[in-house]
Design a protein around this ligand. Structure first.
Ligand code: DAT
Ligand code: MG
Length: 134
């Protein structure tokens, strides 16, 4: 099993709803290491880079408004196979369909406000870590 890094971000509703501690506890309990963490408020420009694959979608304006609506918490999380492992812990994009026991399944119920971001590949993890921790 290869040691990996991924980029995890607690979205504005996680911070607003005071769920940071619970979500971070799950990541720690799984045995992953949080090796960097910062709270920041995103601007339109960085959200446009991060969600470049969604810029032409009809829901993009709503997504950008949500992501800039309050502080987020960015983290570098490390562990064996952590990219896929975190995606599994998070559950599917649509929180309405996310099984109980997943972070999205337990704390969210919408596709647009789904509480947490996690990189979808090793390659994107490095790009996102560089983007948010440069
Ligand atoms: P994920 O966050 O699971 O990697 P993604 O990269 O496809 O999913 O989309 C990024 C975010 O955009 C997602 O977390 C929530 C929002 N989003 C995606 N599809 C959507 C849709 N059909 N309607 C509203 N928001 C959507
Ligand atoms: Mg994604």
């Amino acid at each position: 099993m290869s040691q990996e890094q991924t980029y995890i971000m607690l979205k504005p509703d996680a911070v607003r709803r005071q769920l940071m501690g619970q979500i971070i506890s799950r990541i720690e309990a799984k045995g992953y290491q949080i090796t960097a963490l910062k709270m920041m408020t995103l601007d339109q420009e960085i959200v446009g880079e991060h969600y470049a694959h969604l810029l032409d979608k009809p829901f993009y304006p709503e997504l950008a408004a949500y992501m800039t609506s309050g502080p987020v918490v960015g983290m570098i999380v490390e562990g064996p196979e952590v990219v896929a492992g975190m995606r599994q812990m998070m559950g599917p994009t649509n929180a309405l369909e996310a099984p109980a026991g997943t972070i999205r399944g337990d704390y969210a119920h919408s596709i647009s406000e789904n509480i947490i971001h996690g990189s979808d590949s090793l390659e994107n993890a490095q790009i996102e870590i560089n983007r948010f921790f440069k």
